[in-house]
Design a protein around this ligand. Structure first.
Ligand SMILES: Cc1ncc(COP(=O)(O)O)c(C=O)c1O
Length: 262
């Protein structure tokens, strides 16, 4: 008999994600699938045509580690025009394998064993496994029903000398709640003078309704200076299967991010 290899799972609690479960159920029952964040809109024809053009023109080999410079320059222009912050395309923008890889790289780059990471429940389900793999400790704060707003008094109580990172997701999956200007004021106050970093998952930045505006961390210099801001072309251009996203962060943070991304 062969030796039974002992596999000590690094993520013993990770099961099938809620997205897979709900998608299977939706398919089974012919129900509308509201669980997984893929848009029902068509991919713009112009985008398909351009991708085809460049594939045929031979652009099929490795991109530079940070992503193609022309793309990083366009991202810089977009962020500058929407949120008013200038990110240096050479040192502060990284194109990633979807937002998921950027989230993983940012968490891995800064969270060490025993560090606390504050996040809000319900939370998108890729954050906690990434924290766990780095030996970090997730500290949960519940969003307040029915608006799913952040309870800033509770956040203040949840912060300790071990808090290394706070993870935000606005617009929020799964509730659709968005951060307000007041939330940004409260956050500025809470992190002022600390070494706490921010990971801001902004993949739904362009899906905001009712004349409200997206409060990107990039809008606030005091927050942007300590933030990884993550977005996803999959959500923006209805191409989730392509897995392309990006991370904006000040140079010292981008440097650490790129060590993991590389
Ligand atoms: C909040 C949130 N962040 C990140 C992602 C993943 O984005 P990507 O497909 O670009 O990896 C999703 C996808 O559902 C999401 O809902």
């Amino acid at each position: 008999m062969g030796h039974a290899i002992n596999i000590d799972s690094k993520l013993p609690d990770a099961g099938i994600t809620i997205f897979t479960q709900m998608t299977n159920l939706a398919n089974q029952h012919g129900a509308i699938n509201l669980s997984q964040g893929f848009p029902d809109f068509e991919v713009p024809e112009a985008l398909i045509a351009l991708v085809e053009k460049y594939i045929h023109a031979g652009y099929n080999q490795y991109a530079p580690m940070q992503g193609v410079l022309a793309l990083r320059e366009r991202i810089a222009e977009k962020v500058q025009s929407l949120y008013g912050r200038s990110y240096d395309p050479v040192t502060e923008i990284t194109v990633s394998h979807g937002a998921t890889e950027a989230l993983f790289a940012a968490i891995t780059a800064v969270v060490r064993k025993g560090d606390e990471v504050l996040l809000f429940e319900p939370a998108y389900d890729s954050y906690v496994p990434a924290i766990a793999l780095s030996g970090g400790i997730p500290v949960f704060s519940k969003l307040r029903h029915p608006q799913y707003r952040i309870d800033w008094d509770k956040v203040q109580d949840a912060i300790s000398s071990k808090t290394r990172l706070m993870i935000f997701n606005s617009p929020h999956n799964p509730t659709g709640a968005i951060l307000s200007d007041d939330d940004m004021d409260a956050l500025e106050k809470i992190v002022e003078g600390s070494d706490i970093l921010i990971l801001s998952d902004e993949v739904y930045e362009h899906i905001v309704f009712d004349g409200r505006r997206h409060e990107s961390m990039a809008r606030r210099p005091a927050l942007a200076d300590r933030s990884f801001v993550v977005s996803s072309f999959g959500k923006t251009y209805h191409t989730t299967g392509w897995k392309i996203g990006y991370c904006l962060a000040p140079e010292p943070l981008s440097r650490e991010f790129q060590k993991i991304h590389q």
